[in-house]
Ligand binder design. Structure first.
Ligand SMILES: C[S@@+](CC[C@H](N)C(=O)[O-])C[C@H]1O[C@@H](n2cnc3c(N)ncnc32)[C@H](O)[C@@H]1O
Length: 234
């Protein structure tokens, strides 16, 4: 961790585990598929964020859409607890946070066609070739996204890395379950934390290019030919 991220992590004092527990979701052991009605206690639509980091997207989205359930999947325990503290402090009950490798959780624990949207914002690019296997975006991961999304469900992605943007587009568009759609437009921030995620905030304030991508999961009967024109950079 850098000094800057240590400083930011210190800003929020983590709540005791007992207070965070209602939001923490354990990976089913032995592996089993999650039943959303049991996890959330209702039948509202479910959206998943992969790699939520400090949890800004989940805080904003869960506050704005109380009738939607959000599952955050994050590989690092310290971020799971940090984001849980933010959510509990705001009294948000429509979020669960799972400490897991999203690639494995999708494969083992998520029912087919049970998810309305998947959000992946600023996935680690893992620059070194020998580390590429750690990237979230692989053909297998995209197949799992296609399997778990409902027809019409969305895959929403952003990155600041031009090469990774190209790779993600190629991988998703090789999978004929997806049709490119226009990504959500960023708005002018109305306050200091009015950004999509913490990384988005940092990169926009630095004036970096951000590549935004969005796809719709098509139904088996739909034709997705000629559909790849809507990635934006800003
Ligand atoms: C660059 S950070 C972006 C955090 C956040 N999305 C944002 O934009 O502020 C990438 C995050 O993905 C998490 N991550 C990396 N690989 C993952 C995986 N396989 N499953 C779940 N989370 C992962 C990292 O721990 C890290 O918190």
């Amino acid at each position: 961790m850098t000094c800057e991220s240590k400083r930011l992590m210190r800003k929020i004092k983590r709540l005791p585990l007992e207070q965070l527990e209602p939001l923490l979701l354990a990976v089913p052991e032995p592996p089993a598929r999650l039943d959303w009605a049991v996890v959330f206690g209702n039948d509202h639509p479910v959206e998943i964020e992969v790699g939520f980091g400090k949890g800004l997207f989940l805080v904003t989205a869960a506050s704005a859409q109380p009738e939607t359930n959000f599952l955050g999947v994050e590989i690092m325990r310290k971020y799971q607890l940090y984001a849980a503290t933010r959510l509990v402090k705001r009294g948000l009950t429509n979020v669960r946070l799972c400490k897991a490798d999203a690639r494995l959780l999708f494969r083992d624990a998520i029912e087919s066609e049970s998810v309305a949207a998947i959000h992946v914002y600023f996935p680690d690019p893992w620059w070194k070739k020998r580390h590429h296997k750690r990237r979230v975006f692989t053909p297998e991961f995209i197949r799992e996204c296609a399997r778990i999304l409902q027809p019409g469900g969305k895959l929403l992605v952003a990155t600041d890395v031009a090469d990774y943007h190209t790779i993600i587009c190629e991988l998703v568009e090789q999978n004929h379950s997806f049709q490119t759609i226009p990504p959500p437009e960023p708005h002018e921030p109305r306050h200091d934390m009015d950004y999509l995620t913490n990384f988005e905030r940092k990169f926009r304030q630095e004036g970096r290019t951000i590549y935004r991508m969005a796809w719709k999961r098509v139904a088996a009967s739909e034709n997705n030919s000629g559909s790849n024109a809507a990635t934006t950079r800003r």
